[in-house]
Write a protein that binds this ligand. Structure first.
Ligand SMILES: [Cu+2]
Length: 284
């Protein structure tokens, strides 16, 4: 029911605004001339899209109504066509109407808005926790506290390191790998500098603040690779610290975990005990 309503709202908005052409694009990354959101890969992002289109419908209708009203007033009630102005100062019916209708509109905005906020901020019990640390060297460090606590750095690929199908300024050497259709809790913190962990197709954006552990979540419903960027002006290499999340099947994730545990366990400077303590629930 809710799904059908959302689909109807989105379709209506697309028809009204003629934005249908912008819907196509490569999932998980921006595409040229895109004026819409990147295609949603999580239920939260679908909700954000629907809410966005709902607002677009409301503001379009309000704007058209006010414009017509203004034009009508300018033509019908200017000094030339209406030389003897009315002395009426009160009209109870109109006053009630112009109070009640805006209230109804605001309630129609508030209900889905609070619902969305609640869904975003009320973290469900996760199937998996990953931790993303934005470092002072403008890289992301990812760790898997409930899978042995290994961690690794993720660096942007330079132009000479990229394969032809990898996007510029977005592709990285070590991607954050997560299983499909699982609830992933993301713990986010900073080291020395404030960054922001953001993946548009997942509908998540949360600050990475030194000394503070922020938490968000996503449930990617389609396999693939999804890109994001640091979204807090953090300094010199702000534009060069992309986020790449690879969503894979459960089997592929298990296989990757086995490899990763061996590959990254010997990373110097990482204390597994310290990583394990990161699984403690965050205070918000
Ligand atoms: Cu940053």
């Amino acid at each position: 029911m809710l799904e059908r309503m959302r689909l109807a709202i989105s379709t209506l908005a697309l028809v009204i605004l003629g934005a249908g052409a912008a819907q196509s694009g490569t999932p998980g990354q921006p595409s040229p001339w895109e004026i819409n959101f990147q295609p949603a890969a999580t239920p939260i992002m679908e909700f954000i899209e629907t809410f966005h289109f709902w607002l677009l419908i409301i503001i379009t209708v309000v704007m058209i109504f006010v414009t017509i009203l203004l034009i009508y007033v300018m033509i019908r009630f200017n000094a030339k066509s209406n030389p003897k102005p009315s002395k009426v100062t009160h009209n109870t019916l109109i006053e009630v109407v112009w109070t009640v209708i805006p209230v109804v509109i605001l309630v129609g905005i508030a209900i889905p808005s609070f619902r969305l906020l609640y869904d975003q901020l009320d973290l469900p019990a996760g199937d998996l926790t990953v931790k993303a640390t934005g470092t002072a060297q403008w890289t992301w460090t990812y760790s898997y506290p409930d899978n042995g606590g290994f961690s690794f750095d993720s660096n942007m690929l330079q132009d000479n390191e990229r394969k032809p199908d990898q996007p510029r300024l977005l592709a990285v050497d070590n991607e954050l790998v997560v299983p499909v259709n699982k609830i992933v809790r993301v713990q986010v913190t900073g080291e020395g500098i404030i960054h922001s962990f953001s993946v548009p197709s997942f509908g998540i954006k949360i600050d990475a603040i030194p000394g503070r552990l922020n938490e968000t979540w996503f449930k990617a419903e389609r396999e693939g690779i999804y890109y994001g960027q640091c979204s807090q002006l953090c300094g010199r290499n702000h534009a060069y610290m992309p986020i790449a999340v690879r969503v894979v099947s459960e089997q592929a994730f298990a296989a990757w975990l086995e490899d990763a545990k061996k590959k990254y366990s010997s990373v110097p400077g990482v204390d597994p005990a310290m990583m394990a303590s990161a699984t403690a629930p965050a205070r918000r």
